[in-house]
Design a protein. Sequence first.
Length: 161
Amino acid sequence: MVEKHEGEQPDRITVDAALPESIVKALGQLASTARASAAFGEPHSLDGRTVIPVAEVMCGFGFGMGSGEGSSPGGVSGSGSGAGGGGGGGARSRPVAAIVVGPEGVHVRPILDMGQIYLAAITAGVIGLFWLKGALWRSGALEKGLAAPSPRALSKLLHRR
């Protein structure tokens, strides 16, 4: 609810008492993920070696509130005001490595996310194609109707300043 006095701007927004408690509870649940046991899993022993899984843990939270007032267009009687708010949060984890402790010593074995590697390669390829098209356009090769530049022309493009 927005509290205001005649002719003044809203000065304070009051909210239901249950809302702050729910925000505190949600923040507490998200903060509980930021502990060492969330990143390091339970050790497992196998063939004289101990394997400790390692994860990347991420969490985020945000909220906002706003209020406003307005009047009817064209001088028609009536006006309105409103207030609202919302929030959300989340947490996620993914495996990133395994720590192997054995007679040979301690080794960290990374876990590669091939999906991210493929996505990065595709992104780099698309950026490269756009760069090449721009370089060809700037050189005038596209306007001349050349289908594809020769390796020599590409070399000149790359070394041109």
